[in-house]
Design a protein around this ligand. Sequence first.
Ligand code: ZN
Length: 281
Amino acid sequence: MKWVKRIGIAIIIILILLAIGLGILMRKAKYGFATYETDAHEITLDTDRPAILIFSKTTGWRHSEAIDAAVPAIEQVCKEKGWFVYNTEDAGIFNNAQLEKFDVVIWNNSTGRVLTDEQRLTFQSYVENGGGYLGIHGAGDFSHHWDWYKDELISAQFSHHPIKNQIQKADVYLSATADSSWRTPPVWTHEDEWYIFDESPTQKGAEILYFIDGSKIDPDGNMLWITDKDFGMGDQHPIAWTKGVGLGRSFYTSMGHTGATFENKNMISMLTEAISWTGRL
Ligand SMILES: [Zn+2]
């Protein structure tokens, strides 16, 4: 019966390795493995054109495909609009001298603890004094552990996303109260990983710009020991919203999990208007 014992030991070792791997993955998704850049990242803008900063740093879950697709898509938008654009994953750019050169900072699926406390205060002050913030998908998940960012900028606590049917197709509705600068059709179709938040961001003063009918998606995010994640956000499930933050403006969209998102012309149109709106361009 030696072989039975050996197989038993092998199975136990595999299970232990799997548990360790899963533990590391969960920890990375929830907290990230923080790395910081404290040296100032200086750039020279030889232009007085509007300037857009794309920040794609992750220390939590990395949406590689989406990040890589969003950068050239946003660069193309900026090129067409005549805006200067700069993409970096170096948080050393979050200092007053550099941020003040930019009209909008786009958090391109940036997740986890990406800024030092000082860089956080610098960014908060940048927004409160008139800067623009545009957050895409993972930028609004639970991994940042930063109250001002969650409460004031995103204005909602991320709960979960569907697990069983992770990517689902839905009709995207433009809010009837949106002004005419949002040139997307009133209804368009999009396939994404639909984020679910504990409460509507309207509770914290945000205005819903786009929503889906949450009763038509499967919101079940239950997995293993997580069993209370099977609720949605109702028939006006917010997926993009705007908010004034001090003198600045915040726009967040929970869309953007997949690379294909950035091939959807309505998504590009929405992002273009979002850059204009947040940067007052
Ligand atoms: Zn995602």
